[in-house]
Design a binder for this molecule. Structure first.
Ligand code: GLN
Length: 501
């Protein structure tokens, strides 16, 4: 029973719950058991809230028994990246700086999950303050990839992706500032969506780079992502960058899954050199399937995308250096008091030295430098100009095609330690995902197959702002064809995890 329940999609669980075939308490308990069995190995969770999740499940079961009409996903459990505030629960952003901090309020995303009746299983591991592509920068130890526990699950949202891929949760929330939902999805054979910037509220999301951050779904199927997208999206007066327009019809699009006549642009600059041959092979097979289903595939050029990584690594550290200034030992979390006669300044310095990891410090230094007088125009100013050019490249491309496509990440999941001493190699993981963040457009990654090393590969689609529905349409169509091609959902090709209870 337990193993059957954890393998269901969120859509299947929602239907079984609505039909009264299973209770939310059973569904939640099955996932808590799975977490107890495998998370000692995977380390997807920083905090498991068994009592809270079961209480929420009981409440949903009672309301259903009383005949109340409930939202679609009511009773389906979810895991939340530890960068979103959850009232009464620890929220650390993967940093020792916030160890023991209990959020006094809910992020809008969290509040929407609760209002829709999704029991929250716990908080997932991540690179510290969402900086990284492997979760090796977490202050609480890395998450392991369920496909091969010697390998990284991607990052920064490796915990959310691994939780979903290891069947510890049917759904999870991630955040994507430069690729942290999509790249972990590609590494773990799951689905990840970065919605249009402003499509999902950032209120209560611990800021990395405010002009880039966006929360979104981590799931095992495109339809599940659409169902979750609908729950978390929408205008929020608490976020001044939130878009006050109707949520795109993502669920309808995922159910439609029809690419007849759809124009798909393959971005010349986001494939080829530096991408592993198997990733390119799976990408091209996917394009063939789409062509066979009636899509028109054309090559497009977005020349400024080659500068996206460089621009991002000026804009992101600049915003991060400013956002992280609030961790000053006075307001939140850690406080380290040095020996002798401590002053506010020495307490701040000692706290920031002890509380932040090496990657966070590196970026604070980089950002402070890029913003400093005399260098601002040369670095931050130039990067902002590149950002404008990237947005213009997208606008031009979307003048001729409906969606863009590329491999999600240049490599499959690498071994722990492989890129830890080489920040630039780590940064290159996001070469294909970052342009979307810089321009604010939505992106979806789904598994395109398995490479010859047995690890999953990802394909990403990009659409114009507020046309997120197009991603779900093309993603669901490809998913269905790949299922036919591979015979089974790609995730079921992953080896069984050892139970370590
Ligand atoms: N890997 C990228 C970085 O380190 C993206 C992070 C993210 O999207 N949060 O900045």
């Amino acid at each position: 029973m337990t193993s059957e329940l954890i393998r269901q999609t969120a859509d299947q669980l929602a239907q079984a719950l609505a039909a009264g075939e299973v209770s939310s308490v059973d569904v939640v308990q099955a996932h808590l058991d799975r977490i107890a069995d495998v998370d000692g190995t995977i380390n997807a969770f920083l905090h498991v809230d068994a009592d809270g999740a079961l209480a929420a499940a009981r409440d949903i079961d009672q309301r259903r028994a009383a005949g109340q009409s409930l939202p679609t996903l009511a009773g389906v459990p979810i895991a939340v990246k530890d960068v979103l505030c959850t009232r009464g629960l620890p929220t650390t952003a993967g940093s020792r700086m916030l160890e023991g901090w209990i959020a006094p309020y809910d992020a809008t995303v969290t509040a929407k999950l609760k209002a829709a009746g999704l029991p929250i299983l716990g908080k997932t591991n991540m690179d510290e303050f969402a900086m990284g592509s492997s979760t090796e920068h977490s202050g609480y130890g890395p998450t392991r990839n369920p496909w091969d526990v010697e390998r990284i699950p991607g990052g920064s949202g490796g915990g959310s992706a691994a939780a979903v891929a290891a069947f510890e949760a049917p759904l999870a929330i991630g955040t994507d500032t430069g690729g942290s939902i999509r790249q972990p999805a590609a590494m773990t054979g799951s689905v990840g969506v970065k919605p249009t910037y402003g499509g999902v509220s950032r209120y209560g999301l611990i800021a990395l780079a405010s002009s880039l951050d966006q929360a979104g779904p981590c799931t095992r199927t495109v339809l599940d992502a659409a169902l979750l997208h609908e729950v978390i999206a929408g205008h929020d007066p608490n976020d001044s960058t939130s878009i006050d327009r109707p949520v795109p019809a993502v669920v309808e699009a995922a159910r439609r899954a029809d690419v007849q006549g759809l124009r798909i642009g393959v971005v010349k600059e986001l494939s080829g050199d530096g991408f592993e041959p198997d990733i390119v092979a799976r990408f091209e097979e996917s394009l063939d399937l789409l062509r066979g289903a009636g899509a028109e595939i054309v090559e497009v050029s977005c020349p400024s995308f080659v500068h996206a990584l460089a621009a991002y690594y000026l804009i992101l550290p600049s915003e991060a250096s400013s956002n992280l200034a609030r961790f000053d030992a006075m307001r939140y979390g850690l406080r380290v008091t040095p020996e002798g006669d401590p002053s506010a300044e020495t307490v701040m310095a000692a706290t920031r030295d002890a509380g932040f990891g090496a990657e966070v410090k590196r970026r604070i230094i980089l950002g402070t430098y890029a913003l400093s007088s005399g260098y601002y125009d040369a670095y931050y100013g130039s990067a902002q100009k590149v950002r404008t050019l990237i947005a213009a490249d997208f606008a031009k491309a979307f003048g001729t095609v409906d969606v863009l496509a590329s491999p999600t990440s240049p490599t499959t999941a690498f071994k722990f330690g492989d890129k830890l001493d080489d920040p630039l190699a780590m940064y290159a993981q996001d070469v294909a995902t970052i342009p979307a963040n810089l321009a604010g457009v939505p992106g979806l990654s789904l598994p395109s197959g398995v490479a010859s090393d047995g690890l999953p590969t990802g394909i990403q689609f990009l659409a114009p702002a507020m046309a997120d529905d197009r991603l779900y349409n093309v993603g669901a169509a490809l998913e269905r064809m790949l299922l036919g091609q591979w015979g089974v959902p790609i995730l079921t090709s992953a080896p069984e995890l050892e139970v370590v209870r």
